[in-house]
Design a binder for this molecule. Structure first.
Ligand SMILES: [Zn+2]
Length: 302
């Protein structure tokens, strides 16, 4: 049924869907799961004459199915007053990176089998742990902050979480979009089950360092002292750290004694300083194009 007896279409306008998400903390009112359906609760869709946010709630697929059979209306009404995601502080969903080392793309910077994808002053912002038991899943952990110091997304052992105090968080298919306002997207990522993650848009800020992704195949790192490194199609495999920022220095592809390989499609450095940019030892770079105005130390010694 795409239109009810009053001629109302199933399609809920975007602004109403957002108002419902914001009110319910972006999660199922019963459990807080971020994988939700919009449910016309009061009145039911069949009786509704308009899409009114007050009568629509978020329910996960499981609780949606249980409504009226295993889950009473009374329980749902109580949950509407105190949605689970707000009580927990976040809505959440699963990640399944699989049992082979996952690949995580920060736009055009792709790390495969990289322990810590981003590390700032020794603090890992994105890391991948080996399975706890042989044959078990790899584990992704992350903390992504925006320019306001707000955590846009946290990943705790493959469970991703979005704070209920975020302006908006929307899940469509495999894509998570976090918004700070209309058109202001500090994070958009795509989950690839069994493979990893692709960060399609990013405006990350942490202790004065920024990492920006405007397009899926680009990335830009800005250090605290204003040096920038931008590129596309950069692949790092087997490294201990993908992007490492310590003080004012930036290192890409830190091997940590592991054999690693690095392919650079395109990369540009701009800036100055005594120790601006370092491509770390033990890498195998096939540089397509590197331009630099900065002090650049590229150490290829093995
Ligand atoms: Zn639920």
């Amino acid at each position: 049924m795409n239109v009810n007896q009053h001629g109302l279409s199933r399609h809920i306008p975007a602004a109403i869907r957002r108002a419902v998400r914001q009110r319910d903390g972006f999660g199922c009112v019963i459990c807080g799961s971020a994988l939700i359906d919009y449910e016309h609760f009061d009145p039911e869709f069949a009786q509704a004459k308009e899409h009114d946010a007050d009568g629509i709630i978020l329910l996960c697929t499981a609780h949606h199915r249980q409504k009226g059979t295993f889950l009473s209306e009374d329980t749902i009404r109580k949950a509407m007053d105190a949605p689970a995601a707000k009580a927990r502080g976040f809505s959440f969903g699963p990640l399944d990176p699989g049992t082979t080392a996952p690949s995580i793309a920060i736009g055009g910077f792709v790390g495969e089998d990289v322990e810590t994808l981003v590390e700032i002053d020794g603090h890992p912002l994105f890391s991948i742990s080996a399975p706890e038991v042989p044959g078990g899943p790899f584990r992704i952990n992350a903390a992504i902050y925006d320019q306001n110091g707000h955590m846009t997304l946290q990943i705790v052992d493959n469970e991703w979480r979005v704070g209920f105090d975020t302006w908006d968080s929307e899940i469509v298919g495999p894509r998570i979009t976090v918004r700070n306002g209309l058109g202001d997207i500090p994070l958009q990522l795509r989950c690839e089950a069994g493979k990893g993650l692709v960060i399609e848009r990013l405006n990350l800020a942490y202790k004065g360092t920024r990492i920006i992704v405007d397009h899926e195949d680009s990335f830009r790192v800005e250090t605290r002292s204003g040096q920038t490194c931008a590129g596309s199609s950069v692949h790092v495999k087997g490294a201990k750290v993908g992007i490492q920022i310590t003080g004012d220095s930036l290192a890409l592809g830190v091997s940590g004694g592991r054999p690693i390989s690095m392919h650079i499609g395109e990369m540009h450095f701009n800036g100055g300083g005594s120790r601006a940019l370092i491509l770390t030892a033990d890498y195998l770079a096939r540089a397509g194009k590197i331009s630099t105005k900065a002090f650049l130390l590229a150490t290829a010694a093995r």
